[in-house]
Design a protein around this ligand. Structure first.
Ligand SMILES: [Ca+2]
Ligand SMILES: [Ca+2]
Ligand SMILES: [Ca+2]
Length: 209
């Protein structure tokens, strides 16, 4: 419990708290409910500059928590901003991009990578997420926008589809040929063909042989 006049100081010197002996940022763990008044005072130490996407769960309370009256957050480079999120039991600070790097950054974490492709897949045929060109439908054109903007700067271990245009073109050709061979292009319709074309980018070469 923190009174209205109180201040909780949190220092951030890195993003990795996996080792309890060498924690890089302060974290308050409360067993029970945390009733928070007063001020949260956060500072950066040791020359640490958080990157877009860095997340600091600074406070956890097993019995739930309230919010502070005020938060003093340290300055960030102009392309980043703080976002404070409070769930049932955790108060977290996340560094977000002040502007999306690309309309294909569907998860707004400052890069265009496999996670954004996953967002596009989940929104396919619907309004969102994944509408890179803002025309109100998530389709193959948005996939191509993702592909053009692909940066792959994420450390995720997800297998990332080959973004080369030549590879996509080869797949497209294969699909069209297959449609011709089956003589079903008319029955399939262009929408279905586009559906396949959109998805081949996320399928492996072996699967499509
Ligand atoms: Ca992203
Ligand atoms: Ca679209
Ligand atoms: Ca990412």
């Amino acid at each position: 419990m923190q009174q209205p006049g109180g201040t909780l100081s949190i220092e951030l010197g890195g993003v990795d708290n996996s080792s309890p002996l060498h924690a890089q940022f302060d974290q308050l763990l409360v067993f029970g409910a945390a009733t928070l008044g007063g001020t949260l005072d956060v500072s950066l130490v040791g020359g640490f500059v958080p990157a877009i996407g860095d997340k600091f769960p600074i406070l956890k309370a097993t019995g739930g928590l309230t919010s502070f009256d005020a938060m003093n957050l340290p300055a960030l480079p102009s392309d980043r901003a703080w976002s404070a999120t409070r769930s049932v039991d955790t108060l977290a600070l996340t560094v977000v991009a002040t502007a999306p790097v690309s309309p294909a950054d569907f998860d707004h974490d400052g890069d265009v990578d496999a996670a954004d492709l996953a967002q596009w897949k989940s929104g396919f045929g619907k309004l969102s997420p994944g509408d890179a060109n803002g025309n109100g439908v998530v389709d193959g054109a948005d996939f191509l926008a993702w592909q053009r903007a692909y940066t792959g700067s994420d450390n995720a271990s997800t297998t990332v589809p080959e973004p080369a245009a030549a590879v996509l073109a080869a797949f497209a050709l294969a699909i069209i040929r297959r449609c011709r061979r089956w003589g079903r292009c008319g029955a399939l319709g262009w929408t279905d063909c586009r559906f396949y074309l959109a998805f081949i980018g996320s399928s492996s070469v072996a699967d499509r042989k």
